[in-house]
Design a protein around this ligand. Sequence first.
Ligand code: AP5
Ligand code: MG
Length: 216
Amino acid sequence: MIVILLGPPGAGKGTQAQRLKENYGLMHLSTGDILRQEIAKGTELGLKAKEVMDAGGLVPDEYVIKMIEDKINQPDYKAGVILDGFPRTTQQAITLDEMLEQYNKKIDAVIEIKVDDEQLIKRISGRYSCAECGVCYNKYFKKPAEEGICDVCGSTEFKHRSDDNEETVKKRLEAYYKETMPIIPYYVGKSILKTVDGMRDIDEVSAEINSLLEKK
Ligand code: AP5
Ligand code: MG
């Protein structure tokens, strides 16, 4: 199964991808996470990407397409994949279709998670993650069971993303509306787009996504 999670910054793509991974045994492929790993490793791609990401723009298509191509045909991805944050431009969507056709694969569903701008900004400003295992929390919506201690690994160290500040978030939202929203009619035309109300709580959004996928 190949599922695309589409939505603005803070919509809950990463949160829902993690749940789908656990429920369906799919691989989670987040272009944002791969780019952040490249930045942490200090690679040439990481250095180029950091500047663009901190400014809230999109990393050029050629780089992200190459990243997906390198992964999608690996044996680990045979059972299926959740694409989180890719495609993000019409060119990326078209190239993904061409790439999948080559491997006799196709997209099963594109799930658009809709959330109001005001709520997105609140979610992003409240987001933090465990510095050790990377699990994501939110100071307004999803705190660890015991304040200051990661539920998963017990670490007491947490971190914030450098692009999670108000100024950059506004730029990221602009990039979403200008460059990513035009993909929606492309997938409507292929009758694979499903829209979910991402304003509800995490469990309710998960339940709706699961029910959409079970109908597939
Ligand atoms: P990326 O890392 O993909 O960031 P994004 O799209 O801006 O999305 P986020 O990761 O911020 O949000 P999310 O939807 O995953 O929400 P989350 O689940 O964390 O990309 C970063 C950058 O990389 C881009 O700006 C671009 O520069 C570059 N890039 C990446 N892919 C690219 C591509 N294909 N092409 C070009 N450039 C690319 O949730 C957010 C918070 O809300 C969390 O704290 C969570 O706990 C909480 N939350 C989640 N769901 C709910 C809910 N239902 N109710 C309450 N709280 C919730
Ligand atoms: Mg994410």
